[in-house]
Design a protein. Structure first.
Length: 140
């Protein structure tokens, strides 16, 4: 059985997966890092109305959704390159994070989440008693 390959169709499929389509926009870009006793996550969402932002937490999964409305069909567009529609991204958090105290802020097109490290996951010292009766603290 012969199979025809169309390199242009394959390239088109690849670019849709990477850059998205009007019906299914690409995911929102994200940066994440640890700063002391909390993890910080920033999502780039320029031009998004804050009223369309939705942040849900279920167990250890954080879901961020945002909507950029479709263009007005009455406009005579010269260029329309920004993706439109619903954007969604999920973060799977580790057990060592405190999902009950997540803080969120949306400023200048950037959604910032601050996720504290849970008390049980923070480093602590444990005292060890020696046979000679002296106590000494060691790092856990």
């Amino acid at each position: 059985m012969l199979m025809r390959t169309d390199p242009f169709r394959d390239l088109d499929r690849f670019t849709q997966q990477v850059f998205g389509t009007a019906a299914r926009p690409t995911v929102m870009p994200m940066d994440a890092w640890r700063d002391g006793d909390e993890f910080l996550v920033e999502f780039d969402l320029p031009g998004i109305d804050p009223k369309t932002l939705d942040l849900d937490i279920e167990r250890n999964v954080v879901t961020v959704k945002a909507t950029r409305p479709q263009l007005d069909s009455e406009r005579s567009m010269i260029a329309a390159e920004r993706p439109r529609g619903v954007f969604s991204r999920q973060l799977f958090l580790g057990e060592g994070l405190d999902t009950d105290h997540i803080r969120a802020d949306y400023t200048d097109g950037v959604l910032r989440l601050a996720i504290p490290v849970a008390e049980k996951a923070k480093p602590r010292k444990i005292e060890i008693e020696h046979r000679n009766g002296k106590r000494q603290a060691i790092d856990a």
